[in-house]
Design a protein around this ligand. Sequence first.
Ligand code: IPE
Ligand code: IPE
Ligand code: MG
Length: 246
Amino acid sequence: MSLKKEIINDSVPKHIAIIMDGNGRWAKKRNQSRDYGHKAGKESVNKIVEACAELEIKNLTLFAFSTENWNRPTLEIDFLMKLLLLSLNKELKSLNKNNIRFKTIGNLEKLPKKVTSYLKKVAKETQDNNKMTLTLALNYGAREEIVNAIQVIGDKVKNNLISLKNIDESVINQHLYTHYLPDVDLLIRTSGEKRISNFLLWQIAYAELYFTKKLWPDFSKEDLYKAIVNYQKRERRFGKTSEQIN
Ligand code: IPE
Ligand code: IPE
Ligand code: MG
């Protein structure tokens, strides 16, 4: 029996973020190359995007490549970039067909030129879609994002475009890569690791965290439903008492 029926439709998370981890271990268990695992991970992305759209989740953000992932072997990085290019090429049509807006967060300038220009093309050609926003975090690091925001804000202060006393949380929000997104409601990490790995540090301030041992290529729609059902059973108090909520 599917857990989908247990999901309360009018209180699904507005923003789900996922640290898609475990491709390498998934492949190793099968005596295959890490690249094979990444290819399988791509199939999971398709399924989970589809499931989120079906559930009318408005925002899905996927961690695809971190600022730290440059430390991996060059051949693996090359493969990931190729896979990304191939996938964008293949999925552009279906993003439009399914009314999904595509965005990226992270510093795109360091990615291969071909990849950067294709990312921009897909973002542009899907910009008016409004069923769901799918954001890929690429060369993304939360600390880099915060440093970048501080530099831009500092520059504006220097040029009298913002005054120091007006800097508040909303000004900082507006200068993060995620300025168009609401805070994360539910953060999922697969593969059994219980860490954040420099993902969305500011935006997860009050997110519910969900860790599963499932490796990313094995993470199914049913696993997503399970995470959402679990999320919906939690009491989000935001500092208040339980009595104040109920
Ligand atoms: C996640 O899987 C994908 C990326 C970070 C690009 P991993 O490649 O980290 O898989 P493990 O953690 O080695 O199993
Ligand atoms: C986090 O996974 C980054 C992505 C999922 C893209 P990693 O596998 O790189 O994280 P660590 O290094 O094990 O923390
Ligand atoms: Mg990993």
